[in-house]
Design a protein around this ligand. Structure first.
Ligand SMILES: [Cu+2]
Length: 108
């Protein structure tokens, strides 16, 4: 397993400069790929499962276009910050468990 981790680290190091060149002015795009922010509209709230369905716009910082999808929420209290139909601004992190909403607030 140690070898695997080392290999992963090495290939990452090799990948960074290559991607930086390919992407021109946005060399940080890889470093930011695991978190992002977007606006969205609440479609469904599942308190039992700790999940929220959002119709979201393109997620800045992640390579994800607008779509409707289900997110986990990091903290169940986030589900109390908005109701179905509300427009929201949210932050998301990509974890081993999937896409997790880390912050959420009603858009003004
Ligand atoms: Cu999505």
């Amino acid at each position: 397993m140690k070898t695997m981790a080392l290999l992963a680290a090495i290939s990452f190091a090799a990948l960074y400069p290559a991607l930086g060149q390919a992407q021109g002015a946005t060399p940080m795009v890889v470093a930011q790929a695991m978190t992002g922010t977007a606006d969205g509209e609440v479609r469904k709230i599942d308190r039992e499962q700790g999940k929220i369905t959002l119709k979201h716009g393109p997620i800045a910082g992640m390579d994800m276009p607008g779509m409707t999808m289900i997110f986990r929420v990091q903290d169940p209290s986030l589900l109390d910050k908005a109701a179905v139909g509300d427009k929201v601004l949210f932050s998301v992190a990509k974890t081993a468990d999937g896409m997790t909403v880390t912050s959420l607030e009603k858009a003004k």
